[in-house]
Each structure stands twice: as structure tokens, then as C-alpha cells.
Ligand binder design. Structure first.
Ligand code: SF4
Length: 135
């Protein structure tokens, strides 16, 4: 049996608590607070203690879904991205770029949030960007 602790940062809010994932035979089985992390100093809230659960959840989406006639149908990434790009293009042509808004989340990384706002401004052409931390 191979067991190791992998350091990471909790992604559930912007506080950024340090955690250690307990990994047994390549599978994350628990989350522990990082005692030496300057933000949380060995403490976690209830969300942090359960951080590992979504990784192996059967409810986790692992591939894109397209809603067709009221039902979600599995598809591949190429088709999903093409469909999304086509719909963005149609909406922008008909209503303008400010008809689209991009909402991001504290549950993704700073780098992903940065890319999302860059995508909104540079690719879509709108400043309509907001974040769940403001709600
Ligand atoms: S453990 Fe709680 S307070 Fe710390 S980052 Fe996660 S959600 Fe935020």
C-alpha cells in the first residue's frame, strides 16, 4: 500500500487555507489542515475538512453535456466548444457583446479566474464580468 500526503490549497473560498490530501494507492481519501500554513495555521472550516469528497463523487461531471429537446446528452469537448462558440457568435451578432456576461467563482483558481475575465474582455468584447465573492 502506497500512502502519501500531498500539499494543496482549499478551493472552496478565497481565504486559501493550506491542506494536505491523504492519498492511498493514487486515490485521495481525506483532507487534513496544514499546521505550518500561514493562513489557517492548522485549522479548517467544515467545507475544507470535506474538500476531498467531490473529487471521487459519482455526481461529478466528467464530460460535456448538450441539452437537446429538454434532455442532457453526453458529447465530446470538440463538439461542445464548437457549439458554444457558434452560439456566442450568433448572440454577439444579434445583440452585441454586452449581451453576454461571464460569472466566475472562488471555487476555481486565481489563474482560471484571470483567464475567464481575459476571455470576456478579449474574445467576447465585454466588461460584464463578475465573481461570486461580491454576491
Ligand atoms: S477551509 Fe474554509 S475558510 Fe479555508 S479556504 Fe476552505 S472554505 Fe475557505
Amino acid at each position: 500500500m502506497e500512502c502519501k500526503l500531498v500539499p494543496s490549497v482549499c478551493s472552496y473560498c478565497g481565504t486559501g487555507c493550506g491542506v494536505l490530501f491523504e492519498v492511498i494507492n493514487g486515490k485521495i481519501v481525506s483532507t487534513l489542515p496544514m499546521k505550518t500554513h500561514p493562513v489557517n495555521e492548522g485549522k479548517l472550516c467544515i467545507k475544507g475538512w470535506n474538500l476531498h469528497e467531490h473529487v471521487n463523487s459519482f455526481m461529478r461531471l466528467k464530460q460535456p453535456l448538450v441539452k437537446t429537446f429538454g434532455r442532457f446528452i453526453k458529447t465530446d469537448w470538440d463538439e461542445a466548444i464548437q457549439l458554444t462558440a457558434d452560439r456566442f457568435r450568433e448572440i454577439i451578432e444579434k445583440y452585441g457583446p454586452d449581451s453576454i456576461g461571464v460569472l466566475v467563482s472562488a471555487k476555481i483558481t486565481n489563474e482560471e479566474n484571470y483567464l475567464a475575465q481575459k476571455f470576456a474582455r478579449a474574445a467576447i468584447g465585454t466588461n460584464n464580468v463578475d465573481h461570486c465573492a461580491r454576491l
